[in-house]
Ligand binder design. Structure first.
Ligand SMILES: Cc1cc2nc3c(=O)[nH]c(=O)nc-3n(C[C@H](O)[C@H](O)[C@H](O)COP(=O)(O)OP(=O)(O)OC[C@H]3O[C@@H](n4cnc5c(N)ncnc54)[C@H](O)[C@@H]3O)c2cc1C
Length: 390
């Protein structure tokens, strides 16, 4: 098969979807392609949940089941096993967000430890993940990133954050489970980067276990990576790096404008694509020092990664290179790559229905604003419906 149309194979892309699941996915993407509908639907859902109206069942059987694996880890097992039969691994993602209290941070650590243990026992789950602000308050990361001194109370709080990172990284190292750490807003990210680097220095003494994330809609990230690479070589640790384009573009631009500093975001879509592809190339050329997790739904970048791997004689199943997509999106990339023998993992979000609403709303809005992507999903679903005679 010509590589350039690999992702057009809808039979492989949707092999796990029953006819009714296929119809549901088509209906769902059709709905979220309408911006007004998403806006009204979001407001109505938030209202209904706050008013304790019985809408959980409806959410569950529509958006939730499409974008999430279940309400807890065990619930996700059938999905994980089914995908793994087709060569696609899972990264369980506890997607409860924005709860800035001590008990939530501790709960997120416990979840992550549980997932690492779980992953250690299951080949279908080689990787775990957490979000920096899941383990500590945003304002602390922000203050540290700005170089502002912490009060003694805050310093104690920060020590706890550091302890939480050590706890999960240490277990990941013991169990040999790779651990991805997501990237968030630029004005808190420096503190997270420093902390993740500290973890890499301690726990990435052989094969990388700890992975940071760089958002390549930021024009400064390749420089950051090159400098990190120099430090890693000098200090004798290895790097794990997840690359993404980045999910907070509007927010970043608005804040920069409001506060009057240069936006950290590339000036154009093309500039972001260039940084993404250059950074991906840089890492693939330095795989002995840096392992790579490519988190993207972009077909061109995925094709490019395959081409570079080919040119550099990197085996498709080389365990230093992973492709990743979100559950419920871009199955045409995930399942076709896995079918060719590449390492692929889907982020499988889970959590109580009302707690994962912010995540679900982001997915709906993302699919509305990235109109091209929704159309692509819709066209592929339509092709498969036709192929099956539905
Ligand atoms: C497995 C996985 C893990 C992820 N982890 C993270 C994470 O840790 N942190 C995070 O922030 N996101 C994360 N994401 C989300 C990711 O950033 C979004 O999926 C991404 O924004 C969509 O990018 P894409 O590569 O799929 O490309 P596309 O859909 O092709 O590109 C859209 C992206 O391009 C960029 N862009 C679009 N227009 C412009 C413009 N005018 N100027 C500059 N840039 C532009 C934006 O980043 C936009 O989101 C993850 C995604 C996946 C699949």
């Amino acid at each position: 098969m010509n590589k350039k149309n690999l992702f057009d194979n809808t039979e492989i892309a949707f092999q796990l979807k029953s006819d009714s699941e296929l119809e549901r996915a088509y209906f769902l993407f059709k709905m979220i392609s309408h911006e007004n509908l998403v806006r009204i639907g979001t407001a109505a859902t938030n209202f209904a949940l706050k008013a304790h109206l019985p809408v959980e069942g409806l959410i569950r059987s529509t958006v939730f089941d499409h974008f999430c694996g279940g309400v807890n880890e065990e619930d996700c097992l059938p999905v994980i096993d089914k995908m793994y039969e087709k060569g696609v691994s899972s990264v369980l993602d506890y997607s409860v967000e924005g709860q800035e209290i001590e008990s939530s941070f501790e709960a997120a650590v416990e979840k992550t430890l549980k997932i690492i243990n779980f992953a250690h026992e299951k080949d279908a789950m080689p990787i775990a993940v957490f979000k920096p602000t899941g383990f500590g308050p945003f304002h602390l990361y922000e203050k540290k990133s700005a170089g502002e001194p912490l009060t003694s109370e805050e310093a104690k709080e920060w020590d706890k954050v550091v302890e939480r990172y050590h706890k999960v990284c240490k277990l990941a190292k013991e169990k040999g489970v790779e651990l991805l750490i997501d990237a968030e807003e630029s004005w808190m990210q420096d503190a997270a980067d420093d902390l993740v680097e500290e973890m890499m220095r301690i726990y990435n003494t052989g094969i990388p276990i700890v992975y940071n994330t760089i958002q390549l809609y930021r024009w400064d990230r390749l420089d950051y990576l090159e400098q990190l690479h120099q430090r890693a070589k000098k200090q004798g640790f290895t790097i794990g790096m997840k690359i993404v384009r980045g999910a907070y573009m509007e927010k970043e631009r608005e804040r920069a404008k409001e506060k009057g500093y240069r936006s950290p975001i590339c000036e154009s879509r093309q500039a972001t694509d260039d940084v993404f592809n250059k950074t991906m190339t840089y890492i693939l050329e330095n795989l002995n020092d840096i392992s790579l997790f490519i988190g993207t739904h972009n077909e061109d970048s995925s094709y490019l990664a395959m081409e570079i791997m080919d040119n550099l004689n990197i085996s498709k199943s080389d365990n230093r290179v992973w492709f990743g997509q979100l559950y419920g999106m871009s199955d045409h990339i995930s399942f076709n790559l896995a079918d060719q023998g590449y390492n692929v993992a889907k982020y499988v979000p889970f959590g109580p229905v009302k707690d994962v609403m912010p995540y679900l709303i982001r997915r709906a809005e993302e699919n509305t604003s990235v109109a091209g992507q929704t159309n692509r999903e819709l066209n592929l679903l339509k092709t498969e419906k036709e192929r099956r005679g539905l």
